[in-house]
Design a protein around this ligand. Structure first.
Ligand code: ATP
Ligand code: MG
Length: 392
């Protein structure tokens, strides 16, 4: 049996003249997600989106839609004839089916077919009265536990009870392109996700150090990308073999600056890869003060080497906030798999926490930094993910 799902959009409503561009991209993303669910289809009527799908797939489709940025919630809906008694009959049946009866409820009706012989207020009153009389549940118009929604339209009228949350944000593909520095840790996948949430198209660059940190690091970062794909995550992962360059940078003095120098070279290289892929900025998972390399002076010293602006969506979050996001988005279990990171591999025992720009420049003296970054970027391996839940 085919069932209907009603989709709700959030922030896109605030857009004015360019709203149609956001809706166009949202529709593309929804169609791409629904391709994984044979028999499902998207419809739009009177500014509302609905999806039809086989009832056996309802849960899976709701789960997929729950990862589409731009949507705020999804509700199963029962199509009905636009007659108050019929609305009431179905609403009562749906409320009865709930696993636990709500402490209070209210009815919200929207009538888009102005030819119907009742107003939305009359419909709310009739159906609300019928539910209250039949099931004895109190009405609460200000803070109801359950909202029963009725839609009386020209093409379709329906009742829906209950909402499944969707992530909000803006449709991926509406905010330009970014390149995220993705390590195997907890933070950077969350940072990438946050930029997807704001509608950016985000690809990833990761540094590993074969043979010291090899295959397992590559597999871990690939697994993180796959975990982010249902959210519209990277279409491409650029893997940069970094070990030999790290060995050169390790010889720079003072050695306590090594981590800052590794990071500077990462930004130079990722910046070149980003420019090659038409990205306008880089993204990192840095949080202010979290570790030695993320003190304010070090962040400034690291960023100075970047050819592009660096966005740090996690800057003001505590670790436990990042961890709970990582759990929610499904990257945490992969992130905690033990695996060495390029930067910890040749890390100094006493890393600098207050890098001075002149000292950093002296440490890098004599190196052809641009040529090194160019060579790293040129030799990067590109992994493409083609099992598109979202269009590129
Ligand atoms: P994460 O959990 O994201 O690894 P972290 O707390 O371990 O972060 P650092 O190791 O200091 O922090 O890294 C800071 C940021 O630098 C990371 O969030 C990531 O954006 C980038 N980065 C670090 N190592 C790598 C790497 N091997 N490849 C790509 N980017 C990296
Ligand atoms: Mg790390």
């Amino acid at each position: 049996m085919q069932i209907h799902l009603v989709l709700r959009i959030g922030e896109i409503f605030l857009k004015k003249s360019n709203r149609h561009q956001f809706l166009y991209q949202l529709e593309r993303n929804l169609r791409a997600v629904l391709r994984a669910h044979p028999g499902s289809a998207l419809q739009r009527f009177h500014g509302r989106y609905t999806v039809t799908c086989e009832d056996t797939r309802q849960e899976a489709v709701i789960a997929s839609l729950g990862r589409v940025f731009g949507l705020t919630s999804v509700s199963p809906a029962v199509p009905v004839a636009p007659v108050p008694e019929v609305f009431a009959e179905h609403a009562i049946a749906l409320v009865r089916e709930l696993p636990c009866p709500p402490a209070s409820f209210c009815v919200k009706a929207r009538r888009t077919d102005k030819r119907l012989p009742f107003t939305s207020v009359e419909l709310e009153r009739d159906v609300g009265g019928a539910i209250h009389e039949t099931l004895g549940i109190p009405v609460n118009l200000t803070e109801p536990e359950l909202v029963v929604e009725l839609h009386a339209g020209q093409d379709l009228s329906f009742v829906c009870v209950g909402r499944h949350p969707a992530p909000g944000g803006l449709p991926v593909g509406t905010s330009g392109r970014l390149e995220a520095l993705l390590s195997g840790g907890i933070d950077s996948p969350v940072a990438l996700w946050m930029m997807l949430k704001r509608g950016a198209t985000v690809n990833a660059t990761s540094f590993y150090s074969p043979p010291w940190v090899g295959e397992e690091a590559r597999q871990k970062v690939e697994a993180l990308c796959r975990a982010l794909r249902p959210w519209g995550g990277p279409n491409r992962l650029h893997m940069v073999a970094y070990g030999e360059v790290q060995k050169v940078l390790r010889e720079c003095r003072p050695h306590k600056l090594a981590t800052v120098l590794y990071r500077r070279m990462m930004l130079r290289t990722a910046g070149l890869i980003a420019q090659d892929n038409r990205a306008l900025a880089l993204v990192t998972g840095e949080c202010l003060g979290q570790v030695a390399s993320q003190t304010l002076p070090n962040l400034v010293a690291i960023e100075e080497a970047s050819p592009l602006p660096v966005l740090r969506p996690l800057l003001g979050l505590d670790k436990h906030e990042v961890v709970s996001l990582a759990r929610r988005i499904g990257t945490y279990d992969t992130s905690i798999i033990p695996c060495a990171d390029s930067c910890t591999l040749f890390a100094p025992d006493n890393p600098e926490t207050h890098a001075h720009m002149d000292e950093v420049h002296r440490a890098e003296e004599g190196l052809d930094l641009h040529a090194m970054a160019l060579e790293l970027a040129r030799a990067a391996i590109c992994v493409r993910f083609t099992d598109d839940p979202l269009p590129p």
